[in-house]
Design a protein around this ligand. Structure first.
Ligand code: MG
Length: 176
C-alpha cells in the first residue's frame, strides 16, 4: 500500500483557447492572461473570461490533489460561469489545496503565444498569481515563448499555457 497522504505532490495543468477577431459591434472577450488584459486585435473564445493562464494553474493545483479538473468543477454549459472572472476558479482550487492539508511551494508556468509579447505585463501577472496562491513572488515564474509561427498557436489562432506546481503536506495536517 502506498502512502495516500504523501509529503509532496506535483501537479500539471494545460489549457488552450482559440483567438478570433473581435466582433465589430462590440462584445466578444478581450485577451486576458493572468488577470491582465493584453492589447490585441483578436479576442479569446471562451465561456468564462478565457484566462488560459489562470485555467492552467487551476488545473495544476486540482491535479496535484487528484481533484476533479476545472471542466468538471465548472462546466462550460453552466450559465453561472459565463464571462466569469477566472480568479474565481483559481481561488476555489487554492481553497481545495488548503482543505487537503497542503501548502503550495512554487509555481512554474509557460505561456505560448505568438503575439502580443507579455512585456511589462509579466511582472503584474506574477504578482497576481503570487497573491492568488498566497506565496512569495520569488516562488512564481511566468515564462513566455512563441510557437515559431507554426501550427495554430504560431499562426496566432490560439494561446496555450502549461503550469506545474509542487505542494508540501502541512506539518500539522492529519490524514483524512
Ligand atoms: Mg480554459
Amino acid at each position: 500500500m502506498t502512502d495516500s497522504f504523501p509529503a509532496f505532490r506535483i501537479g500539471h495543468g494545460f489549457d488552450l483557447h482559440r483567438l478570433e477577431p473581435l466582433p465589430p459591434d462590440g462584445g466578444g472577450r478581450p485577451l486576458i492572461v493572468g488577470g491582465v488584459r493584453l492589447a490585441h486585435d483578436l479576442g479569446v473564445v471562451s465561456h468564462s473570461d478565457g484566462d488560459a493562464l489562470y485555467h492552467a494553474v487551476t488545473d495544476a493545483l486540482l491535479g496535484a490533489i487528484a481533484a476533479p479538473d476545472i471542466g468538471r468543477l465548472f462546466p462550460d454549459t453552466d450559465p453561472a460561469y459565463e464571462a466569469l472572472d477566472s480568479i474565481v476558479f483559481l481561488e476555489e482550487a487554492v481553497h481545495r489545496v488548503e482543505l487537503a492539508g497542503y501548502l503550495i511551494l512554487n509555481l512554474d508556468t509557460t505561456v505560448i503565444l505568438q503575439r502580443p509579447k507579455l512585456g511589462d505585463a509579466r511582472e503584474t501577472i506574477r504578482k497576481n498569481l503570487a497573491d492568488a496562491l498566497a506565496i512569495s513572488i520569488e516562488c512564481v515564474n511566468v515564462k513566455a515563448t512563441t510557437h515559431e509561427k507554426v501550427d495554430a498557436i504560431g499562426e496566432g489562432r490560439a494561446i496555450a499555457v502549461h503550469a506545474v506546481v509542487i505542494l508540501q503536506r502541512r506539518p500539522d495536517a492529519l490524514p483524512g
